[in-house]
Structures are given as C-alpha cells and as structure tokens.
Design a protein around this ligand. Structure first.
Ligand SMILES: *Cc1c(COP(=O)(O)O)cnc(C)c1O
Length: 389
C-alpha cells in the first residue's frame, strides 16, 4: 500500500526550523518583536497599511466583527460554502447570521443572489451590518461588485481570505483591502503558509487596527491617546476599556510565519502547476473541473472536482470511499454551514441555498500542496479513473 496522501499539508524546510529555534533561544516567546515583524511583512506583501496577528483566523474574524461593533441587534451575512468560523464569528457577538447562495461556476458568494437579497432585506428593514465574502479555494469573490453594493446598502465588508494569501484579484494581492474594511488570513498547516495555528487581520484603517489590537489582549491599553492615567501612576499602569480576549499569537509562530512568507510565491506557483496537471489529466473524466475567472489569480488552496451526474452512475460516496481505500486523503469542502444542527436549531432548513446544496452533493477535494509529486498526481488520477468509470 502506498503512503497516505493527505489533501493538504505544510511545507517546512531547515530555514523555517532555524528561524523557530532562534526565537526559542531568545527572551521573547510572546508579545515580542517577531510578532510585529511578521505583521509588517504580511502587510507590506499585500499592500495594506495595518496588520494584527492572532492565534488563529477564527479569533481574527471575531476581533474583526468586534472592531466593526457587531452586536446583538445586528445581522451578518456570509457564504454557506465555507468553514464554520465565517458564520460563528458573528454569533460570538450575539448577531444574527444569514447566508447568500453561491455562484455555480466559482462556488463563491453569488453577486446576483446578494443583490436580490439586499433589495428584499431593505424593504423589510433587515439589512446586514457586515457581509463576510469567503474566497473559496483561493479564488477571490467579485470584490468590486460587492463593494459597490456595500456603498449602496451601507454595510461593512470582512473578506474571509483564509484560503488565499498569495492570491490576486485585478492584479493586486488579496489582502490589500481596496474593496473591504478588513481581510482575514489563516495560517493553519493546510493553508498556503503555516504557523501551526495562526491568523491575521489586515486593514487600511488605523481605528480598526487599534480596536482589533485592544480585543486581542483583554481590552487593556496603556495608550495615552485612549486613557488618562492618574498623577501617581507609573509605567505599570493600564486600563481595561473593553471586554477583550487573549487572542495573541506567539513570537515562535511568527518566526515560522516570516520564514514561510519568503517562499509564498514559490508555494503558489507550485500549487498552480499541480492544478494545470490535474486539469489536463482529468479533462475527459465525468467530472466538473474548477474554473478560474478572468479577474482572478487563485492561490489554489483547494482543488475541488464535482462528480458529473449526467456522465457517471457512480455516487460521490462510492468514489470518495474508493479513493480513501486507495490511501488518498480526499475531503469534502463544504457542508453548507446552515445545515449544521446548531444553525438548523436557529431556523434554517434544507433547500435554503440550492446552489450550495447541489454543489456540496457532488464535490470532492483532491490532494493539493507543494511537495505533491508527479508520481502522486498520476496515482491519484489513475485511482480516480478507476473509481468514476
Ligand atoms: C481555515 C478557515 C478558517 C479558520 O481558520 P483557523 O486559523 O483554523 O481558525 C476560517 N474560514 C475559512 C474559510 C477557513 O478555511
């Protein structure tokens, strides 16, 4: 039996390991200079003014919602085709969550559905305070269109770009925040660059950046622009001005992040090459292959194929199980979030976002990560051929 091939994994080298060991030998394991170095490196790579690193992207999404003052009487919209955290972050703030169905070509939030839903919501007085588009599989949503709607209907935008640091939209790096208030990245090992656990929020607003810093660390501050210490207070003095959390990332993780960031373009290029090979080798199978739209340079976090029910009688489950039996770590991204028991109990029902449900019923994620060899790819393709025909 061949070694197990996961659907995604980190790519680590001696430089990464040396960078981590260097911080381990230093005084600063957390709240030290390596955190801001990582923040500055990512902000400058993406062309954004500010970056706030966090212990994971879920925490960063929560900080972003808090910074935009999402609360109990607010509504937040996101895509159903995403990981739970894109919706949960709004629930953490007590807000109501709703879902906008996906575009059947890109699997991203549909602009037409968003516009229809906004029109209806306006007539009902239920417009969202924040919309969280998710750049599924590494390909950007149509951010210019979403921004036009944001200006018209007066909502803020958090891009959940967990899949796509290194990707581009209209010749600019995702994370520039040209069309959004805040952009979130994840550095989980299956994502484009990894810090084990880790995430980051980017913004061009100094106000949002300082609010996120506040929420990252217990809502406490020593900033004299925010607080006026009493006369007998020394340098030790701080005040808690909001209810914050401990969402900090360590310097150890950030050292890994800085080292990984140096290789990001190489990682994305390698992902792109693997995708070209898959596209070529799979084109005659009864599958619907992923499409890249013109304005986008995907970071290719995921390679998802849909089983084409017009062309094969095999079910997704049969194909999935055959690949698993061949020791291939296929996966499925994503079960529509509102079908989770937690969201169903809030009133969501099957059929709510039909495009998302049809897509989900046919999708399989194939392995994709830098380091996946040509032999692996051929083996995966051969196994898939046997499974679908
Ligand atoms: C991975 C992921 C997250 C959560 O990231 P963590 O760093 O694991 O918290 C959020 N949204 C999407 C779309 C993701 O893929």
């Amino acid at each position: 039996m061949r070694d197990y091939i996961p659907y995604g994994r980190q790519n680590v080298d001696e430089e990464d390991i040396d960078a981590v060991v260097k911080v381990l030998r230093s005084n600063w394991w957390t709240q030290g200079p390596t955190v801001s170095q990582f923040e500055e490196a990512v902000a400058s790579y993406c062309g954004a003014k500010y970056a706030v690193a966090a212990c994971n992207a879920t925490a960063a999404l929560h900080m972003a919602c808090l910074a935009l003052e999402v609360g109990t009487n607010d509504i937040v919209w996101t895509s159903p085709n995403t990981f739970l955290a894109s919706a949960n972050c709004a629930r953490f703030c007590g807000a109501d969550v709703d879902f906008v169905d996906i575009d059947p070509k890109t699997y991203n939030m549909s602009i037409e559905k968003l516009e229809e839903k906004l029109l209806l919501a306006k007539s009902q007085g239920k417009l969202p305070k924040v919309v969280i588009p998710v750049h599924f599989s590494g390909q950007s949503c149509d951010m210019a269109a979403i921004k036009r709607l944001a200006d018209k209907y007066n909502f803020s935008i958090i891009e959940d770009a967990s899949h796509c640091i290194g990707g581009e939209y209209m010749d600019e790096k995702i994370g520039s925040c040209r069309y959004s208030d805040i952009t979130i990245f994840s550095f989980h090992p299956v994502k484009i660059i990894a810090t084990a656990e880790g995430g980051m929020a980017l913004t061009n607003s100094s106000k949002l950046s300082s609010r996120m810093q506040l929420y990252r660390s217990h809502g406490m501050t020593r900033d004299k622009n925010i607080i006026t210490p009493p006369d007998d207070a020394g340098e030790w003095y701080y005040e808690q001005v909001a209810l914050g959390y401990n969402y900090r990332i360590t310097d150890i993780q950030c050292a890994l992040g800085i080292s990984q960031l140096k290789k990001i373009d190489k990682f994305v290029e390698e992902r792109r090459n693997i995708v070209s090979k898959y596209n070529e080798l799979l084109k005659d199978l009864p599958l619907i292959l992923p499409q890249e739209i013109g304005s986008s340079n995907s970071a290719w976090h995921l390679y998802v194929v849909q089983i084409d029910p017009q062309k094969t009688n095999k079910t997704r489950l049969e194909i999935f199980n055959k690949l698993k039996a061949a020791n291939i770590g296929v996966n499925v991204h994503y079960i529509p979030v509102y079908l989770q028991p937690y969201y169903k109990q809030l009133g969501f029902v099957e059929g709510y976002c039909p495009n998302s449900e049809v897509y989900y019923s046919r999708a399989i994620t194939l392995p994709l990560f830098p380091g996946l060899t040509d032999t692996d790819i051929e083996y995966i393709v051969e196994s898939l051929k046997k499974a679908v025909i």
